[in-house]
Design a protein around this ligand. Sequence first.
Ligand SMILES: NC(=O)C1=CN([C@@H]2O[C@H](COP(=O)(O)OP(=O)(O)OC[C@H]3O[C@@H](n4cnc5c(N)ncnc54)[C@H](O)[C@@H]3O)[C@@H](O)[C@H]2O)C=CC1
Ligand SMILES: O=C([O-])CC(=O)C(=O)O
Length: 326
Amino acid sequence: MKQPVRVTVTGAAGQIGYALLFRIASGAMLGEDQPVILQLLDITPAMDALEGVKMELDDCAFPLLAGVVCTDDPDVGFKDSDYALLVGARPRGPGMERKDLLEANAAIFSVQGKAIDQNASKDIKVLVVGNPANTNALITQRNAPSIPKENFTAMMRLDHNRAKSQLATKTGKAVTDVKNMIVWGNHSATQYPDLSNTTVAGTPALDLVEQDWYENDYIPTVAQRGAAIIKARGASSAASAANAAIDHVRSWALGTTDGDYVSMGVYSDGSYGIEEGLIYSFPCTCENGEWTIVQGLSVSEFSQGRMKATEAELTEERDGVAHLLP
Ligand SMILES: NC(=O)C1=CN([C@@H]2O[C@H](COP(=O)(O)OP(=O)(O)OC[C@H]3O[C@@H](n4cnc5c(N)ncnc54)[C@H](O)[C@@H]3O)[C@@H](O)[C@H]2O)C=CC1
Ligand SMILES: O=C([O-])CC(=O)C(=O)O
């Protein structure tokens, strides 16, 4: 049996937390041979609710669950942590854009970045889910200078999965037939779900759909799916977000298969002309616990325009939180 790894989840008493923790404890994220210790962080008023979640975790008698810590102290929550899923943040309501949360949530991530820097394993892998996820990931990374920059990522996998599902439905094929999906940029309405390299059962996606549907229906549907869920449910997506977090970390830790791409918000090294240092979603493959940006894809003029627009929004968000970026 492997040694347990420590997985920190923030906002663990919230709705995504409730859809996430049981799957991590069951082995869905790190594999069915990997025991885990869950380190659950939330704010003081949420401690009773968090204790209730722990009781339910206990009641599952998960064979892989080697311990559960509940805390409101970031230094305890990130102690020796190997993986951190930063979910804890305020969600948006109807009529808000995710960047409207910047002011409310940004401070959380500078505190947690410092706590990661001081307490976590130097190999920790961090996924930021709390919105606006890319800029919060940047704040976390910049406040944790002793950890490699590549270890901080933002969640674009929900967008990636939405993009696959919408395309599979349109073409009447299975989601497993869709390969090399890409969503570029920010987890926001400016994101760019790009079908130029995508295939469906081996056929180029753009040969299967009309350009008008692609530009005027598909791209906005994927980009605004979060708002559509809020309108329908009266609360932001939770189970699908938790599922995407599991998929993201699983791909990163255990690898991607057959060269298929996943979309991850990662530290830009300047690939595709995107400003170095932004946390921008690129097509990635993963192996041995490391992600690599897929290189050498041709970029049309249409794609270039979209990629630059979402980059511009990220630079604007970054400039808005300059006071939190050491
Ligand atoms: N990147 C993505 O694709 C997605 C991101 N999200 C975002 O995830 C975040 C969480 O969403 P929900 O679980 O629905 O919200 P929620 O309101 O149900 O839960 C948030 C939890 O975070 C806790 N929290 C607040 N401040 C904290 C702090 N400083 N430290 C630790 N915990 C703290 C709250 O007490 C609460 O338990 C939101 O920002 C939401 O917008 C949601 C869906 C998808
Ligand atoms: O839309 C929201 O605010 C929640 C979220 O990030 C999503 O569902 O993609």
